[in-house]
Design a protein around this ligand. Sequence first.
Ligand code: 3HC
Length: 388
Amino acid sequence: MKLEDVKKIAIIGSGAMGHGIAQVCAVAGINVVIKDIKQEFLDNAVSKVKESLTFLVGKGKIPQKTLDNVMNNLLTTTLDTKTAVADAQIVIEAVPEILDLKKSVFKEISGLAAKDTILATNTSTMSISEIGAVVDRPERFVGMHFFNPVNRMKLVEVIYGNKTTDETADLLVAVTEKINKKPIKVLKDSPGFIVNRINAPNQALFSAILDEGKEKPCEIDAGMKETGMPMGPFELADYVGLDVFCHTLSYYSKTLSKDYTPGKLLSEKLKNNELGMKTGKGIYDWSAGKAVIDLSKKSTTITPMELLAVQLNEAVKVYKEEVSTSTNDIDNSLVFGMNAFMGPFGLCAGQDPKILTDTLNKLSERFNLEIFKPEPEIIDGSYKNFNK
Ligand code: 3HC
């Protein structure tokens, strides 16, 4: 299949990711159908897309005729899976992060889609190969991981499962460019892929910090925001949702290390339905629609240096495990997926390995977590010689 053959994309799931993906595909002129299990979910998705496009028209970023074309011609919805996928060239699944749910969705789709349809999952952490094992043609199965908010974050990770062909991945790279996003190939199917994996040990650190109770999240966020990050890490956790944050930690605890087991305080927040922005309260108060954060003071022991050292250490593992074999791709993933000013390899190009090593050892001792232990290439500084 060639890029010109892609006339219709089916999106399964109409939540924050699903309707965002639908919007960017339709704005690029592709017919899009969203499928969900309840009409109210679909109606909500359509009104969110309309609201977002109306905002863009108001800002002069898209013409009114694009909005009209999307709303009147390109975007449709359905409750029926067969109607959604039967004549689609690409199906993108964006249902909740529950492995069995994703597998059952693909089992059904595999029997209803045409033979050459490409099936893609927007999972943020889970194994592409394992989900793809349920479909008839796993060589046409691939990961297509968007970032939140989809309409503003440029990155799409295109992830190979163990059977994905280059032809399938290359077509999705071309589609990603057509919808005005930045594709980066993830060469090996590994938990969290590039961006989420590099952030994984910091997630464990934030959970441990909450349980330790000595640091104020707002003081850590204040330090990070001062470096130019658009959101502090605790603010971002609330923004993405503490349920998502905890589920990913649980997945890493089963697949990467027990050190990732979600802590007590986070688990309590989940139990109390304090999930962040979507419930009005999480680590911060979001009842006014934005987090209320006191940025007047900064932490002195958990500074941007600690978080950067942890990121770099994990980026070294990502490179060594050949999830990506280019430090530029790794850095760009962070730049385009999180609006970071620069990635960890770029930021640490001139860094003293001894400072990084001491920082990581201190964190490992303080929180009794092995995942922070410095990699040999951090200790001897040879991470600076990795392929660009
Ligand atoms: N559609 C398209 N563009 C829009 C828009 C919309 N609906 N609404 C606003 N915009 C544009 C604005 O026009 C503006 O563009 P401009 O700079 O050209 O004028 C730009 O988006 C920024 O808009 P705002 O001023 O409203 O937003 P902020 O400056 O407050 O930034 C943010 C918001 C982009 C979300 C920023 O805070 C950010 O980058 N945060 C980090 C988000 C992040 O890290 N996401 C990744 C999370 S991890 C993830 O998703 C993985 C998954 O697996 C869980």
